[in-house]
Design a protein around this ligand. Structure first.
Ligand SMILES: *Cc1c(COP(=O)(O)O)cnc(C)c1O
Length: 455
């Protein structure tokens, strides 16, 4: 195999993008407005500012195309960005595919994922507004860690509500957060009304992302000058993650490449939205037509088996409602190891792009096949991938094999969102042969969808 393209396509620090790209500026239609859960009327900016920092609320609704990245945020980005684009030569050789496979690696920081991109921005805007402390939830732990790192840097105290099952299964994740100065509670906790109500009914409740979100928001609203922060789903998060796609496009241009396929795992949609950003701009403006694929777990298939409907973003029903692909806020996902993909809903903007056919395709993949792909990748590409990221690996391998069948030398780009160093319990279960591939019945899906509000 000739190697005209280097393994690692690196950008020097001075080529770090100075602006984020807002895909909403180029969408022909926007997602339906968020609804206030008390009135069921579209939310006003004033409904959101008690929850989120004001600048983030503005970014949530703006249709401005490019937004300057503040110098203070760039200073932090320079410690771990630009992130590498890597040509997966060894994987290509192994699959014997004519396709060229590239991946954008976001796992090269202590939080272990892309989430640091938005954490830094969010804490910066809170700090600038003079906010005294912040709250958030974390499932698998990557988001809590990223926010703890950013809060430590900007010296903002942080309370993290960590889904109980992860709190128990991933003690070292909790320890990283504590090392960065965060206070970590297992959710459901006795710190909030929502948590106490759930514990009263079921003292051994193992928690969910939806419950932890409710607890974190309740705490933010009850603590003076405190705001909440969310690591996915929302427009301002996707905006910050656009840096992944902007860098990717420059890196591929450096080797005269343009992706035919752009593939990302989808939990709340932020990394995929970010990776797609510049390429989606090309699609929306008629300059190119890459094929986008969202990959989700078969155990939590919001795109492939959910409904496109208004739903709550949390279990306690205190967040605004969003029109999105959802399994219902009452849907309880089985405890698969890709904790970052266990969310009942999906970014409203990504949902709109999928509904309108710009996000071309969604695939659901089973847990065991995901880990087979993860181990294959780890052995040949030298990175132990996060379980979430491995969903994208699995789909990229499948697409590369489809290319082989058709004899097509296509270019595939996928997002490697994180490393799996903290996910060894998952690999242990795979290595022991005790990992299960859950099949969701139609009844499970129906049960979740029956919790959708009637609107
Ligand atoms: C959180 C997380 C995801 C999923 O979140 P999105 O908002 O859908 O990107 C994917 N990969 C990793 C490593 C994560 O931590």
């Amino acid at each position: 195999m000739s190697k005209k393209v280097p393994n690692r396509i690196l950008l020097t620090e001075d080529r770090i993008p100075k602006q984020w790209y807002n895909v909403r500026a180029d969408m022909p239609e926007q997602h339906e407005p968020y609804l206030n859960p008390a009135t069921m009327k579209p939310v006003a900016l004033d409904d959101l500012t008690p929850i989120f920092a004001e600048e983030l609320c503005k970014q949530e609704v703006t249709l401005e195309r490019f937004i300057d990245i503040p110098e203070e945020v760039l200073d932090y980005y320079r410690m771990f960005r630009p992130s590498p684009m890597i040509r997966a030569y060894n994987l290509e050789r192994l699959l014997d595919t004519p396709a060229r496979i590239y991946y954008k690696y976001e796992g090269n920081n202590t939080s272990g994922s892309h989430k640091l991109n938005t954490a830094v921005a969010q804490v910066y805007y809170n700090k600038k507004q003079g906010i005294d402390s912040m709250t958030t939830e974390t499932g698998a732990g990557q988001w809590g860690t990223a926010l703890a790192m950013a809060c430590a840097y900007f010296e903002v105290p942080l309370q993290v509500f960590m889904v109980r099952i992860s709190y128990d299964q991933k003690p070292y994740r909790k320890e990283v957060m504590r090392t960065y100065g965060a206070t970590v509670y297992a959710s459901p906790s006795n710190k909030t009304d929502v948590g106490r109500a759930i514990l009263a009914k079921d003292p051994h409740n193992t928690g969910s992302l939806g419950t932890a979100i409710s607890e974190a928001i309740e705490t933010a609203l009850k603590t003076p000058n405190t705001r909440y922060s969310l690591g996915s789903v929302l427009n301002h998060v996707m905006l910050h993650q656009s840096i992944i796609g902007i860098e990717s496009k420059i890196q591929l241009e450096m080797v005269d490449e343009y992706p035919d396929y752009v593939i990302g795992c989808a939990g709340g949609g932020s990394n995929l939205g970010g990776l797609m950003s510049s390429f989606m701009q090309d699609k929306l403006t008629g300059k190119a037509n890459p094929h986008f694929i969202a990959v989700e777990p078969a155990a939590c298939p919001s795109f492939t088996r959910g409904g496109y409907a208004y739903d709550f973003c949390d279990v306690g029903h205190i967040t605004p409602l969003a029109k999105m692909y959802t399994l219902g806020s009452g849907f309880i996902p089985t405890s698969i190891h890709a904790g970052g993909l266990r969310y009942h809903g999906m970014s409203p903007t990504l949902s709109k792009l999928y509904h309108d056919g710009y996000l071309d395709e969604a695939r659901a993949v089973g847990q065991k096949e995901v880990f087979e792909a993860a181990v294959l990748f780890a052995k040949h590409e030298a990175i132990l991938p996060a379980p979430e990221s491995s969903h994208a690996i699995k789909a990229a391998i499948d697409v590369a094999l489809e290319c082989k069948e058709r004899g097509e030398a296509k270019t595939i780009l996928f997002g490697l969102t994180g490393n799996g160093t903290f996910d060894l319990a998952a690999y242990e279960s795979y290595n022991d042969g005790t990992m299960e591939s859950y099949a969701l019945s139609d009844e499970d899906i129906k049960k979740g969808l029956s919790t959708l509000p009637q609107i």
